[in-house]
Each structure stands twice: as structure tokens, then as C-alpha cells.
Design a protein. Structure first.
Length: 233
């Protein structure tokens, strides 16, 4: 054999050895063990999430027909159908409103508070009773800005009408009075301050026997209004 053949054989042998590869074992993949408890918890969370979304969609989609106020209504005014309207809204359970089906039941009742257009009508805002009861009289009292209490006057608030000495009165004019004269009353309505003067007119219900006395004090400019403590305490 020639050297050339030997080199070829040797080269072929090396080439053959270079191409020979040993079998490679596939990597072992350890299968994770599925825990039944984790699977059950996952399914429960998915189910509860879907239920929550369904409840939310139902709440958003549920609308209630309610009664609304469409015109200004003063305290004590009798409600008519022209004062009221209807609206369909998604009503929060915490909000108390008269349902549209009960609109006829509030027509003819009186406004217990001042009602503004665009607001919902609540059951507590109407009353079947007159704000001036039998045996009472209504006395309008004008209060100057310095006489108006800082506490807002609201219907039903108890007050005392107090007679004070007239301006310019001498001590001899009042020396026979040991204590101020007072009349008990109840606020029926308080107006807004008049532009320019700031005078507030308060309608006060008093006993029929005290009405003329209080009116005379108003005319003489000797009447002052004092708020009673809550619950008369």
C-alpha cells in the first residue's frame, strides 16, 4: 500500500471516528404533582368572580321608577301633579324615595320642607297634617340681620317669643316687670334673607290665645326670637 493510500485511509478513519456519536439520553422531566385542594380553590375563585360580576351587572341594569320634584314647593304648600314628575334611576337601597307607583298617594299632601326642582321626593318630606294645627295661629316675624340666629331655622323647631323693652323706654316703664314675658311657638317656615335689607321673615305657630299678644309685640318692635334647646331640654 502506498503512502498516499495510507494517508487516505488514515484520514478516512479519523473522519469516520469524528462522525461517530454516542447515544444521548433524553432529559428527565419530573412531572409536577397536581394538588386536588389547589385545583378546587382555583375553580371556586373563578366561580365567585363570575358571580360577583353577574351581581354587579344586575344591580347596574336594575332601575326604579321614582317621583321627582319639578317645581319649587314652599313649606306647607299642598302638592299637585304639576309639582311632581317621574324618573327611572338605578336607586341605591340606602336612598329612600317615593316610587312612581305611589305618586297619587302624595298628591294632596303638604310639603313638610321646602322642595327644589330636580330632587327626589322622600316619604319624610310630605305630611298629611297641616303645619298650623287646630287651636293655633300663625304669627309672621321679621328679623333684622343681627337678630337672625346663626343656627338655621327649620320647620318644627321650637322657639320662645320674648318681649323686650322698647327702644328709649326708661327704667320706670319696666320696673313692674320682674321677668320677661314669653310666648312659646314653633317655626313653620323661614324665608331667605331679603336682598338689600337682609331681613328674614319667620312664620311662627303659637297658641290661639297668644297670637294677638305676639303680633302686638311685633308691631311695637319689642319682640325677639329665642331658640329652645333640642327636645325642649
Amino acid at each position: 500500500m502506498s503512502k498516499t493510500a495510507e494517508r487516505a485511509t488514515t484520514a478516512n478513519g479519523v473522519a469516520q471516528q469524528g462522525h461517530v456519536s454516542c447515544p444521548v439520553a433524553p432529559p428527565r422531566v419530573s412531572a409536577r404533582r397536581r394538588r386536588p385542594g389547589v385545583i378546587a380553590l382555583s375553580l371556586a375563585l373563578i366561580a365567585s368572580g363570575g358571580a360577583g360580576v353577574a351581581v354587579l351587572l344586575l344591580q347596574v341594569g336594575h332601575r326604579t321608577e321614582v317621583v321627582t320634584v319639578v317645581r319649587d314647593v314652599q313649606v306647607g304648600q299642598v302638592l299637585t301633579e304639576r309639582d311632581l314628575g317621574k324618573a327611572s334611576i338605578a336607586l341605591d337601597p340606602a336612598v329612600k324615595a317615593v316610587e312612581a307607583a305611589d305618586l297619587e298617594s302624595v298628591v294632596g299632601k303638604r310639603a313638610a320642607v321646602e322642595l327644589k326642582p330636580g330632587s327626589l321626593l322622600a316619604p319624610s318630606q310630605v305630611t298629611k297634617d297641616s303645619l298650623v294645627k287646630a287651636g293655633e295661629q300663625l304669627v309672621p316675624i321679621g328679623l333684622k340681620p343681627e337678630q337672625v340666629p346663626a343656627t338655621a331655622l327649620v320647620p318644627g323647631q321650637k322657639v320662645q317669643l320674648v318681649r323686650v323693652p322698647a327702644q328709649g323706654a326708661t327704667s320706670s316703664d319696666t320696673e313692674g316687670e320682674t321677668s320677661p314675658q314669653t310666648v312659646s311657638g314653633r317655626v313653620v317656615k323661614a324665608s331667605q334673607a331679603a336682598p338689600g335689607t337682609g331681613v328674614v321673615v319667620v312664620d311662627v305657630a303659637t297658641a290661639a290665645a297668644d297670637g294677638p299678644t305676639a303680633a302686638a309685640w311685633v308691631a311695637a318692635g319689642t319682640l325677639r326670637l329665642v331658640l329652645d334647646a333640642p327636645d325642649g331640654s
